[in-house]
Write a protein that binds this ligand. Structure first.
Ligand code: AMP
Ligand code: ZN
Length: 114
């Protein structure tokens, strides 16, 4: 998708601080971090939401989740605890419609979220 911000990060047309890559995914630091660790994991292929990715390529969704947990290990937050969030749809706060998993940690996280 030519006008998708996260597709441009995948292609290198928009810069990002990439922390991890796999065959199907790219992980990079969120530009407006909400926790000491705040990384986004995205599929290289454009799918707007988690629901659409699950329907189109469940294996790729599994790869996104696997990579999210590997980011937590790399960041040293896996043992203390961390959160993986996929906002789906406008009411949930999704603003970029290229599916992404937020990996958040490095501080206590409230539950339920606001
Ligand atoms: P969401 O609200 O779940 O759609 O999350 C979108 C996230 O993308 C937000 O946390 C933004 O801070 C983040 N974001 C937006 N633009 C960029 C960018 N150029 N590089 C890194 N993260 C970004
Ligand atoms: Zn995209």
């Amino acid at each position: 998708m030519t006008d998708c911000l996260f597709c441009k990060i995948v292609s290198g047309d928009v810069p990002a601080t990439i922390v991890r890559e796999s065959a199907g995914t790219v992980a990079f630091r969120d530009i407006n971090p909400q926790a000491p660790t705040h990384v986004l994991v995205i599929p290289r292929d454009h799918h707007p939401t988690a629901a659409e990715l699950a329907a189109a390529d469940a294996g790729l969704l599994a790869e996104v989740v696997r990579e999210a947990h590997q980011v937590a290990v790399d960041e040293g937050i896996a043992e203390a605890g961390y959160r993986v969030v996929i906002n789906t749809g406008a009411q949930a706060g999704q603003t970029v419609f290229h599916v992404h998993a937020h990996v958040l940690g490095g501080r206590g996280l409230n539950w339920p979220p606001g």
